[in-house]
Design a protein around this ligand. Structure first.
Ligand code: 5GP
Length: 183
C-alpha cells in the first residue's frame, strides 16, 4: 500500500479529519512531524509534533533523516522523520503524511507511489472565517497564512484527488473510501 499525503491550506481542518481517520480505521498511522515552532496550548511533544531547536532540526536534515522538509509560512521549519515512516510502511500501516505544498512536491519526487490528496475548503471566505474562529494566530500571522493559502489552492490540480471539507464526516468517508480503493 502506498503512503497517503494530505495537504491543504491553513485551518481547512486537516487535523480534525486526520483524527477522524485514525478513530475510524485502526490501520491508519499518522507521521509525527518535527518542527521548530513553539507548542500551542495543549500540544504535546512526541504526540502533536516533535518540538525541536533549529540546530537539532538542521542536524536531522544534514544526516539524511528527513523524508521531506520545508519552511512553512516563511517562518518555521517542519519535516517528516524518515525512520518512523519506513517502519510503519513495513508494518503495512496506512501511512499519512500531513505536509505543506513544498513537502508534497518533495514527496512526489522521492516517493512517487504516494497517493496525494488535497483537502480544500468550500470557498476562500470559509477559510478566512475558520482561521478567525480558531483564534490561535494574531492578525499578521493570519494574513501570512492566508497568502500561503492562495498559493496552495492554486496548486490543487497537482494532486491525485481533491476532497472538499464541506462536512467533516462526509470528507472523512471520502478519504477512507479512496484509501480502500488504492492498493
Ligand atoms: P501548524 O503550525 O498550523 O501546526 O502547521 C502549519 C503547516 O505546516 C500546516 O499547513 C502543515 O501542513 C505543515 N506541516 C506540518 N508538518 C509538516 C511536515 O512534516 N512537513 C511539511 N513540509 N509541512 C508540514
Amino acid at each position: 500500500m502506498p503512503a497517503f499525503v494530505i495537504c491543504g491550506p491553513t485551518a481547512v481542518g486537516k487535523g480534525t479529519i486526520v483524527r477522524q481517520l485514525i478513530a475510524r480505521d485502526p490501520k491508519v498511522w499518522l507521521s509525527v512531524s518535527a518542527t521548530t515552532r513553539t507548542p500551542r496550548e495543549g500540544e504535546r511533544d512526541g504526540v502533536d509534533y516533535y518540538f525541536v531547536t533549529p540546530e537539532a532540526f538542521d542536524d536531522m536534515v544534514d544526516e539524511g533523516n528527513m523524508l521531506e522538509w520545508a519552511t512553512v509560512h516563511g517562518v518555521h521549519k517542519y519535516g517528516t522523520p524518515r525512520a518512523a515512516v519506513d517502519r510503519a510502511m513495513a508494518e503495512g500501516k496506512k501511512v499519512i503524511l500531513e505536509v505543506d505544498l513544498a513537502g508534497a512536491r518533495q514527496v512526489r519526487a522521492s516517493m512517487p507511489d504516494a497517493y496525494q490528496i488535497f483537502l480544500s475548503p468550500p470557498s476562500f471566505d470559509d477559510l478566512v472565517d475558520r482561521l478567525e474562529m480558531r483564534g490561535t494566530e494574531g492578525p499578521s500571522e493570519r494574513k501570512r497564512r492566508l497568502e500561503t493559502a492562495r498559493v496552495e489552492l492554486a496548486a490543487a490540480d497537482e494532486f491525485d484527488s481533491i476532497v472538499i471539507n464541506d462536512d467533516v464526516a462526509r470528507a472523512t468517508d471520502e478519504i477512507l473510501s479512496i484509501m480502500t480503493q488504492i492498493k
